[in-house]
Design a protein around this ligand. Sequence first.
Ligand code: HSE
Length: 300
Amino acid sequence: MSLVVRVPATTANLGPGFDVLGMALGLWNEIHVEPASSLQITVYGEGEKTLPRDERNLVYQAMRALAAEVGKPLPPVSLTMHNRIPLQSGLGSSAAAVVGGLLAASALLGISPGQEVLLRLAVKLEGHPDNVAPALLGGLVAVAMIEKTPLAMRVPLPPEMHVVVVLPDARVATEEARRALPTHVSFSDAVFNLSRAVLTVLALSRGDYQTLARVMVDRLHEPYRRSYIPGYTAAVAAGQEAGAVAVVISGSGPALAAFAPNDHERIADAMVAALAQAGVSARRWVLPVVEGANVTFPAR
Ligand code: HSE
């Protein structure tokens, strides 16, 4: 049986929603799965020179975790990956690998473990929930860890929402970016973020960009991570000048996500131009908010 899994990029945190909010964006990784006599992994696109092509590969690790969970042996497969999500960019490339592997194994083994099991395994492999949850559920997702179990809910959004993503030419490992965070935060910063995270969800769900401009602000992680991102100040200023109501660090960066009701192309160009002027090359996308990962069975 051959099958194709498609998994979207994700932007986590959305400003004040550290480890809690995430959104699925229309930049897709594809995993083609075919029966084979032994494990074969081919990678095209992002990570084609660096990602492991043996059992250490994260997609394969996730496939193995799912098979172990349901107590079934995983048959040997050929995996061909077409990767569009840049690695260590803050756009959920590892979450996409994990979710892709879990869905690939479920389809291959002919089982439907259900979203709860998939999400629990995904969080276990990924370490934090706010990329894997939207990669799986799609759209805007709020997620909490209840004991060790993720509880995720999708928030309805207005149709046709788009997000500008600008990726300065740098890499930030999430682990490292998490080490930069303080171990304690003040009560006032906690309340600052709580209030704004709740209002960010409401503003996004209503497409209320005027409110978003006032509340998509963070004190828990961005102040500690900005310095990792080359050209950060120039890019944010240029984005805002071109019409973005908010520019936030996507996940742990270095990608930046800009929110605006319109003028997305202009905002993306302005941010890239500002980065170029600061001596930093960058890539940019205008991405729709999309549904979560899916599996198809192409006719042979
Ligand atoms: N919430 C996580 C962090 C997401 O900011 O560390 C990483 O993509």
